[in-house]
Design a protein around this ligand. Structure first.
Ligand code: ADP
Ligand code: C5P
Ligand code: MG
Length: 237
């Protein structure tokens, strides 16, 4: 079942609802570290003063993930980690994997999970913040499992921007950022990869009750009005 902002504690008054939700989120947050896979390696993330509070941000190419993440950062003070941006930085810095990453992105395929997870891990470990939006990740079950094994935790929740394909194609083709993959041939491949590999990840987290589904159609401000109550309800201090 999808979780929606409107269904968060709908029967309680705002003050009681918010207190109860804070309590529930605290339980969920600490409870998350009692399951079998929750054994972060010593040092790194495990040594941080506060364990990270992680939201995966998913949706097809052009569904508006990056646009909404910028608004969440501005309003709620999260750190935005875009997996795609981290990979493009690797290409730009001429790292040893740069050429392979570029070829993979041009083909709309998925970069080996170990590379992407380590880039994300480095960012989490070096940040003073503890609230992270991880955008465009996990793209496939292999990404998801690698994250859970290397980082040693699951996301606290998942935001899914649901957008029709024709709208995504229109947005990507007018993005105008000079990206090597924003052309119609690569977009078609990326949409296929999204349906085949990313939807199963969304299904997995839906079954765990972690997914908040947002209708991505409408102006960016209209979409954010669906996102805002979700983040208002998350536990933060
Ligand atoms: P993603 O990160 O999911 O690939 P982006 O946030 O980069 O998507 O958005 C893709 C393009 O669509 C960008 O040019 C962006 O300005 C535009 N865009 C984002 N959200 C909306 C929206 N709600 N309506 C119309 N255009 C949008
Ligand atoms: O999310 P974004 O659209 O920026 O991703 C661009 C490309 O980066 C993807 O199509 C894919 O080739 C690569 N990528 C990846 N693994 C991820 C995220 C992005 O291989 N987890
Ligand atoms: Mg993006």
């Amino acid at each position: 079942m999808w979780r929606r902002a409107a269904s968060l504690s709908p029967l309680l008054s705002p003050s009681k609802s918010s207190l109860l939700h804070q309590g529930l989120c605290r339980l969920t947050f600490w409870g998350a570290f009692t399951t079998d896979i929750m054994h972060p390696a010593k040092g790194g993330i495990a040594s941080k003063e506060k364990l990270p509070f992680i939201t995966f941000v998913l949706g097809g190419p052009g569904s508006g993930k990056g646009t909404q993440c910028a608004k969440i950062v501005e309003t709620f003070g999260y750190i935005h980690l875009s997996a795609g941006d981290l990979l493009r930085k690797e290409i730009a810095s001429n790292s040893e994997n740069g050429a392979m990453i570029l070829d993979t992105i041009k083909e709309g395929k998925i970069v080996p999970s170990g590379i992407t997870v380590k880039l994300i891990q480095k960012e989490i470990e070096s940040s003073d913040n503890y609230k992270f939006l991880i955008d465009g990740f996990p793209r496939c079950e292999e990404n998801r499992i690698a994250f859970e094994q290397i980082i040693g935790m699951e996301p606290n929740n998942v935001l899914f921007f649901d957008c029709p394909e024709d709208e995504m194609v229109k947005r990507v083709l007018s993005r105008n950022e000079g990206r090597v993959d924003d052309n119609i041939d690569t977009i078609k491949k990326r949409l296929k990869v999204f349906s085949a590999l990313n939807l199963p990840v969304i299904k997995h987290y839906t079954e765990k009750g972690k997914v908040y589904k947002v209708n991505a159609v409408g102006s960016a401000d209209e979409v954010f009005e669906q996102v805002r109550p979700i983040f208002t309800e998350f536990w933060m201090d």
